[in-house]
Design a protein around this ligand. Structure first.
Ligand code: ADP
Ligand code: ADP
Length: 229
């Protein structure tokens, strides 16, 4: 079942007289429960694509359908509501609140959303039960990223968006985080979309979308995606 669909989506920026396409005529669809990897070099348009998927940016032309509903005409308020209801985001640099503990960072979701997971359960799921009272500065990069994944998990989003989630981590820690995202997809049945310039991640995805110079170059469906090991 299709969760999200792009129809001729273009994002254009003006600089003086000239216009520039961060994304041009993109067509794609993402199904429920799919693990999607968006690959491409720096400046290709990956973040633009992710921001549009998450309602964090708006199109210049074209349509984005979420569960069949066109969200491109949404007002700012409606988009804010769309994000709150449907979208969880994991960033390269975690974006945790430094003055709050791991527990408090995850528990914050309860104030924003009604139907959330118990913070202890979410932190337990990412293997951080022993670290719940630590502040971000007292945790390793991998632990901070796992906290941010627990925060996204607690929100129970239909769509989990990850922007270079392993970009700030060493190879081994990155692999652990990747395994966790695969688990979110395979076990928790979340729709996970991950942006990376690391083409070694292509094998684990159900679908790989290759982007270059603002254009989708190819979309590859993997019949038998690999595990992270
Ligand atoms: P990627 O994530 O693949 O590195 P981005 O989607 O961030 O690529 O950017 C695609 C292109 O659009 C880049 O050339 C970038 O400089 C440009 N771009 C992104 N955001 C803006 C903006 N707000 N204003 C102007 N140009 C932008
Ligand atoms: P990433 O490395 O995650 O792909 P970028 O370095 O391309 O991100 O962009 C980081 C942020 O800076 C983006 O959110 C984008 O909106 C903004 N940005 C990128 N390029 C430009 C630009 N040429 N003009 C204005 N803002 C830009």
């Amino acid at each position: 079942k299709t969760l999200i669909e792009f129809e001729h989506v273009t994002k254009e920026y003006q600089s003086g007289e000239r216009s520039f396409y961060a994304l041009k005529d993109a067509n794609l669809n993402i199904c429920e429960g799919e693990l999607v990897v968006i690959l491409g070099p720096s400046g290709a348009g990956k973040s633009t694509l992710l921001n549009l998927l998450g309602g964090m940016d708006t199109v210049t032309s074209g349509s984005i359908l979420f569960e069949g509903e066109d969200i491109t005409g949404y007002t700012d308020d409606a988009l804010t509501d769309y994000r709150a209801r449907n979208v969880g985001v994991v960033f390269q640099f975690y974006n945790l609140i430094p003055t709050l503990t791991a527990y408090e960072n995850v528990a914050l979701m309860r104030e924003l959303e009604e139907d959330t997971m118990d913070p202890l359960e979410a932190l337990g799921a990412v293997g951080l039960s022993e670290h719940i009272h630590q502040f971000p500065s007292q945790m390793s990069g991998g632990e901070q990223q796992r906290t941010s994944i627990a925060r996204a998990l607690a929100k129970k989003p239909k769509l989990l968006l990850c922007d270079e989630p392993t970009g700030a981590l060493d190879t081994e820690t990155g692999r652990e985080v990747l395994k966790l995202l695969i688990w979110m997809s395979r076990v928790k049945k979340r729709t996970v979309v991950m942006v990376t310039h690391n083409s070694s991640f292509a094998g684990i995805a159900d679908k790989v979308i290759r982007v270059r110079n603002g254009q989708i170059q190819e979309i590859i469906v993997n019949a038998e995606p690999k595990s992270a090991d």
